[in-house]
Ligand binder design. Structure first.
Ligand code: PXL
Length: 276
């Protein structure tokens, strides 16, 4: 069985980061080791959340793993808590990178034109450096604009997106994909660039007119699970777009919009079937 490690926080309530990555990637048939970077009472969109930073645990944990000679078919990072954590994770990449494994960085730090409350521009720059060490990065448009210095736009044409992808490719990853891309009213999806073949790829679904927290983490988790199971880049993104869209649609129908996140548990059986 393939094994990956995912490095992100545990938000105890409010489905995102490890509480979605672990169940989803496991259900896709991939052993999912975790490295929790912090424990929060909720994700940071609730007010008054508590945080216990676990930065001082990362090195002892990975030192033990090195002694045990653990290896991972993919290393997947999401929300990281601090500048210092990014530096430590960057060293972890050096320790656990092999010729055949895949480093996937979702540079979670911003959305809708703004950085998340915990982050500043210095964090964004360090996160950009970390992306340079990845094989695949999956920023949204806001994150990509912080990373490339290109302006954040809500109205744009194909040239804007391909320029953004080209600028992201300059950072170093083999594959770059922009999430939340929409060229047509009522449609949303992903456009990416495979720098090895120099080919762009894209896939769109109907847009469900609501947004939930944690759906980016669900999307990235599915991409990681599908790639680790041997799906092609294009197929992995198609599966992730379809699953995310269906999950948002079902959640909106069943309970309307809220902060808790989407009911991915209800759509998991279909995802498992698609992986069979
Ligand atoms: O979904 C990304 C995410 C993960 N973890 C925490 C967050 C966020 C986004 O705000 O606050 C703690």
């Amino acid at each position: 069985m393939k094994r990956i490690v995912t490095i992100q926080d545990i938000s105890c309530v409010g489905k995102c980061s490890l509480t979605v990555a672990l169940p989803i990637i496991s259900a896709m048939g991939v052993e999912t080791a975790i490295l929790p970077t912090a424990v929060l009472s909720t994700h940071t969109m609730f007010s008054g959340f508590t945080v216990k930073d676990l930065t001082d645990q990362i090195v002892p944990i990975t030192e033990h793993w090195k002694k045990e000679k653990f290896a991972f078919d993919a290393i997947y990072t999401g929300y990281l808590g601090s500048f210092e954590q990014i530096e430590i994770v960057s060293k972890l990449f050096d320790d656990f990178k092999t010729d055949s494994n895949l480093i996937v960085v979702d540079p979670v730090m911003a959305d809708n034109g703004k950085l998340y409350p915990a982050f500043d521009e210095a964090y964004a720059r360090e996160n950009t450096k970390l992306c340079g060490k990845a094989d695949l990065i999956v920023p949204n448009l806001t994150e990509a604009s912080f990373m490339t210095g290109l302006p954040y736009k809500t109205q744009y044409d194909r040239r804007y997106i391909t320029d953004m992808l080209d600028a992201l490719a300059q950072l170093g990853p083999r594959y770059v994909a922009l999430t939340g891309v929409s060229f047509e009213e009522g449609k949303i999806g992903v456009m990416g660039l495979n720098t090895e073949t120099k080919e762009y790829f894209e896939y769109y679904t109907d847009r469900v007119p609501v947004s939930y927290h944690g759906t980016g983490d669900i999307f990235s988790s599915v991409v990681v699970g599908a790639l680790t199971r041997g799906k092609s880049l294009e197929e992995a993104f198609r599966i992730a777009c379809d699953y995310t869209k269906e999950t948002i649609e079902l959640t909106f129908r069943e309970k309307g919009a809220d902060l808790y996140g989407v009911d991915f548990e209800a759509t998991l059986p279909k995802l498992v079937q698609r992986m069979a």
